[in-house]
Design a protein. Structure first.
Length: 207
């Protein structure tokens, strides 16, 4: 099993700023501040705080992975940037849905995505990773470590949303979490029993 691949977060606002800078240069307008920023940045890059406050011993004991990811993240968008992006996303999604419905007139409007859809997505992923959904006659393909990660993500979701869910949402989440953990226990017990059994001798050859 390979290690979890690292990912890089790209601040697309920097790319947009550079595109606007190039547009201003072509139109003959002054863009010296933007040019200076582009020259110093050398293109899209991750923003890392250069000056850090002195950390306390307990803060230094925080997981290195979590602190590394926090340092690599670009600054959060402003409220205006989030609103504008959300409006552009909704408009783009609506255009896509109109195109699909034009090709399939019988298809109705797509229902909104809910919290139950998110939980169901995790459930399906975990069960497939544990071998469910294999076609008849085919050997199930099991990704037990991937299933563990998906189940742990469900646990994180339950922890972070505690007290903020409706009764129906909480019941759905707790039921799904119980089911996938139970399936994981049964599968790992089966794997452990198979590992403890001595290897079977090859069948005798025909004389």
């Amino acid at each position: 099993m390979s290690e979890t691949p690292k990912f890089t977060v790209i601040d697309r606002r920097k790319i947009k700023a550079e595109e606007e800078q190039e547009s201003q240069q072509h139109s003959g307008t002054s863009a010296e501040p933007a040019a200076a920023q582009a020259e110093s940045s050398g293109g899209p890059r991750l923003v890392v705080n250069e000056s850090k406050p002195e950390t306390k011993p307990e803060a230094a004991a925080a997981p290195a992975a979590a602190s590394g990811v926090a340092e690599e993240l670009p600054p959060p968008p402003t409220a205006q940037e989030s609103r504008e992006q959300k409006m552009a996303y909704d408009a783009s999604a609506q255009r896509l849905e109109d195109l699909v419905r034009a090709q399939n007139p019988a298809m109705g409007a797509q229902p909104p995505v809910t919290f139950e859809n998110l939980v169901q997505q995790f459930y399906v992923s975990a069960m497939i990773q544990m071998g469910a959904g294999a076609q008849e006659g085919q050997r199930p393909r099991v990704d037990i470590l991937g299933a563990r990660t998906t189940i742990d993500l469900l646990g994180v979701l339950a922890e972070k949303t505690r007290g903020n869910l409706t009764t129906a949402e909480d019941n759905t989440l707790q039921t799904v979490l119980f089911e996938v953990r139970m399936a994981f226990l049964e599968l790992t017990n089966m794997i452990s029993l198979q590992a403890m059994q001595p290897p079977q001798p090859p069948p005798p050859g025909k004389h």
